[in-house]
Design a protein around this ligand. Structure first.
Ligand code: ZN
Length: 172
C-alpha cells in the first residue's frame, strides 16, 4: 500500500481519495507538545479530554469506513492500512470484538507517544488513540466497547497494545 493510493495531493489541500475528505499533516513532535501542555493545564483531566477527542474522531472515521465496506471487520482492516500509510505506526489486528476474547490491536512505532518522555505510569499514555479505537469500534460494530492500553512504548515496552472488548450486550 502506498500513500498515493489513499491520498490526492494538491497545493494547499490533501484529500482522501475514497471519501474526498480533506486532511492535514501534524508532526509527532507537535502532538507530543500538545499532549504535554494539556496535562500541564488540565492535570489528570487531560486524559479524559484526549480520549473524548479521540472517540469523536474514531466515530467519524467509522462513518467514512462504512462507505468502503459494510462489513465491520473488513472496514477495520481497511483502516489498518490507512493508519499505516498515514504514519500512525505499524498496526496489527488480532481477533474481533464480536467474540468473548475481543480484539487486540498492537501498534509498533506508535506516533502518538513517539515524542513523549519515557515514564513509568500504571496505564499507557496513548489516550487519544485509545479514544479513537473506542469510537471506531462503537461506530463500526454498534453498542459500546471498552478499550485498555495494556502495553505502551513510553513505558519501555516494545509496542503499544490495546484490548477492545464489548462493554454491554450486543446491539439488537
Ligand atoms: Zn502507547
Amino acid at each position: 500500500m502506498s500513500i498515493q493510493e489513499f491520498y490526492e495531493f494538491q497545493t494547499g489541500a490533501i484529500t482522501r481519495k475514497v471519501s474526498n475528505a480533506r486532511v492535514f499533516l501534524l508532526s509527532a513532535r507537535s502532538w507530543g507538545i500538545i499532549q504535554q501542555n494539556m496535562f500541564l493545564t488540565f492535570s489528570s483531566g487531560a486524559a479524559v479530554v484526549l480520549q473524548e477527542m479521540g472517540k469523536a474522531y474514531g466515530q467519524d472515521l467509522a462513518k467514512e469506513a462504512k462507505r468502503w465496506s459494510r462489513h465491520p471487520s473488513e472496514a477495520l482492516r481497511a483502516l489498518q492500512s490507512l493508519a499505516g500509510v498515514s504514519g500512525w505506526g505499524t498496526v496489527t489486528l488480532r481477533g474481533d470484538p464480536i467474540y468473548e476474547s475481543g480484539l487486540t490491536i498492537s501498534v509498533d512505532g506508535c506516533v502518538f507517544c513517539s515524542e513523549l518522555p519515557p515514564t513509568k505510569t500504571a496505564d499507557g499514555v496513548c489516550y487519544f488513540l485509545r479514544g479513537v479505537l473506542r469510537g471506531l469500534t462503537d461506530g463500526l460494530y454498534g453498542g459500546s466497547h471498552e478499550v485498555k492500553e495494556t502495553t505502551c512504548a513510553v513505558r519501555g515496552e516494545d509496542k503499544c497494545t490495546f484490548r477492545v472488548t464489548r462493554a454491554g450486550p450486543p446491539p439488537p
